[in-house]
Structures are given as C-alpha cells and as structure tokens.
Design a protein around this ligand. Structure first.
Ligand SMILES: [Zn+2]
Length: 371
C-alpha cells in the first residue's frame, strides 16, 4: 500500500502501537531496552522506506505541540507500562496481587523502592516481573521523585512482611504536619489508631528524621505522585508524556529553527513557531499540503549543496541560475529565478487581498504572518 510520510506515521500509531501496548501491559518482562530499540529501528525503516532518515528520531517522537510528529517511542511506552504496574507497589491497596507478586519478599515494597533493600536482598530481582519492573524504576526514579516521596509509608517500611496481613499503611503525607520548624510527625494522640503502639510511633519518627537529613522533602507532591500514583484515568499516556518530555528536553531549540533564523537574518519568535505547529498547519485537511509544510520547516529537500556533500560532487551550484551556491535558502528564496516566481504570487495576492504587506520570507515559505 502506498502511503505518504504522515500516513505511515499514522499507521504506526493506530495499528502497531495498540498491539505493542497490549504486550507491554500484560508481560512487562524485558530486561533492558535493547529489544525496544530494535523494534524502534524497524519502525524507522518503515517510516523512511529504507531510505536515509531526514529528521532526527527525537523530533519524530516529540509532541505535535512542540513541533514533533508524535511517532510512538516504544522504549518509553514500555517504561510507562512498567511504571503503571509499579503503581500497585506504591499504593499498597491490591493486597491479593501484592502477596502473589511479593510472595518471598523480605521487606516492605517501599523498602525496596526507596531504601535500597534490593542490595540486601538480591533475590527480589530474581523474579520474572519484579526484576525488569524494578530496573525501569531505577532508571527513572530520580526524574520522577527528586526528594523523599510523600507517598512513602514509613509503617510499611518498618514492618516485616507476612502474607495475608491486614495492615495500615499511612503515608508521610498523612502522618506529617507542616510547621514553621519544618515537617513534623503529628502528635501521637491524633495518630494513635494508625500505629500498633508508642514504640512504632518513635520508630517512624526516627525514620522521618533520617529522611529529612538525607534528601528532605519537596514542598509539594511531585507530578508523578499527583498524576500517576493518585491519578484515575489515562495514566499510561500521562506517564508516557512525562517520560517523553524529559527525553526530548534538549531538543527544545530545534536545529531547524536555528537554521531558519540564520537564513532569514533575524530570530523568529518561539510563539510564531508554536502557532505554526498548533494552528496554522491545520489550515488544510489535505495531507499532501500539510506534509509540504513540514518538509519546509525541517528543510527536508535535497539541495545541490546537500547532494554535493552526499555524493562528493564538485558542483554545488544552483541548477536554476547556475551561478550562486545552491543552499536551501538560495533555492527557495534568494535565487533570482525564484524571486521572479514569488514576485508573481506576491502581486496576485495583493490584488486578491486588496492591501500591501511586506514581502518577508517567513510569510511565504513558512506561512508565518506575524502580527
Ligand atoms: Zn539560483
């Protein structure tokens, strides 16, 4: 089937992704991301039809609002699915599943997740689900929680686990009151029902002191806590978005944007770019036209300069005027032959719109009308 570039991305999103997600959510058992990376390479081969890629993978997978193409990133989806699973270990509500998955755990789940008990009890990782899921957590936990998480239950950390144990797992969030002297355990009288006794209250207090010294607490709950741990719906895509944001962070100022600024000779406001990605591009439902705009933004086309580099040719002159060097900007804007073409369009537009406007390259090439 012959599909356009955007069409092929849509196929991956609608056809391949749901199948992969089913797999990831049912059996999160991959060790490392090697397999995911391999699948991603297969997707890339399909998207580019075996040809040389013209846009970086990071931009392909970035969100549309940030100028990307939102091609699914399978590694990140795999990690998101694993973290979704791990949510049960954090919430400690589904006791039946937890007893099953943690049948030979020596410590509480939170001890493994936050207090490095994995180093003491290596057996924790020798489990078909626990090992790979913990790996994903380890890779991402510093991004998700920079300081002591408010969802930690010090009670769960301190109790030695037994199966079928009905226990109360009050979290730091419930146990702590924020005072002017910092975070303090609420008075024993208020919390009495949550503890087995006075001794446990003191143990928790000691753990709190340690945590305050080690990493301390953030003023507010983390995004991960609010959106994922406490989240109710669309959690998988929320985790995915969070991971994606970090993954693509250094791509924020896109190469293409810099190149355009150099060519045009002044900076194009970031807001203009955002407007272009978010609304201007939707002026047409025609995929071929939309694709042309993307190709323009990302300077997709092979120019004589690019071809000369690729095939080590001597001649990199413009094939229209045969004089100047044929770089991207020349081929589309500054070449005299091309100028004549834009002049015609400009004059027609003036007639149609019945007013004059400055003849700027960003308006003609990118559709940025500005203010
Ligand atoms: Zn030329």
């Amino acid at each position: 089937m012959k599909l356009s570039f955007l069409g092929r991305i849509a196929v991956v999103k609608m056809n391949v992704l749901p199948r992969m997600l089913f797999l990831f959510q049912t059996i999160p058992v991959l060790k490392g991301l090697k397999q995911c990376k391999e699948w991603q390479r297969a997707l890339a081969r399909y998207i580019w039809q075996g040809k040389r890629p013209r846009i970086k993978m990071k931009i392909l997978v970035d969100k549309k609002e940030r100028g990307g193409f939102s091609l699914p990133d399978l590694s990140l989806y795999y990690e998101a699915a694993s973290l979704l699973w791990l949510k049960d270990w954090i919430r400690l509500e589904n006791r039946d599943i937890l007893d099953l998955e943690g049948f030979n755990n020596r410590y509480g789940w939170h001890s493994y997740l936050w207090y490095e008990k994995v180093k003491v009890h290596r057996g924790f990782l020798n489990h078909i689900f626990r090992g790979p899921i913990y790996q994903v957590w380890e890779r991402n936990k510093n991004l998700l929680e920079r300081k002591t998480p408010w969802w930690i239950s010090p009670l769960e950390v301190l109790t030695i686990r037994k199966t079928n144990m009905e226990e109360k797992n009050a979290t730091y969030e419930e146990l702590i009151s924020k005072t002017e002297q910092g975070n303090k355990l609420r008075p024993y009288e208020e919390l009495k029902n949550l503890f087995t006794g006075w001794l446990q209250y003191h143990q928790v207090n000691d753990l709190l002191k340690e945590d305050k010294k080690k990493l301390g607490f953030e003023d507010k709950k983390s995004k991960f806590h609010v959106e994922v741990v406490e989240g109710k719906n669309k959690i998988l895509s929320r985790i995915y978005d969070m991971l994606l944001e970090w993954y693509t962070k250094d791509e924020e100022v896109k190469e293409a944007m810099i190149k355009w600024a150099i060519d045009i000779g002044h900076n194009l406001d970031f807001e203009w770019w955002e407007e272009l990605w978010n609304s201007s591009i939707k002026f047409t439902a025609c995929m071929a036209l939309r694709e042309n705009i993307w190709k323009m933004i990302y300077r997709w086309y092979h120019t004589p300069v690019k071809l000369a580099k690729m095939y080590r040719l001597k001649n990199k002159r413009c094939w229209k005027c045969g004089e100047a060097e044929g770089d991207f900007y020349h081929m589309w804007w500054s070449c005299n032959k091309v100028k004549g073409f834009w002049e015609l369009i400009y004059n027609e537009l003036k007639k149609i719109l019945k007013y004059t406007f400055p003849k700027r390259p960003e308006a003609f090439l990118l559709g940025m009308m500005g203010k």
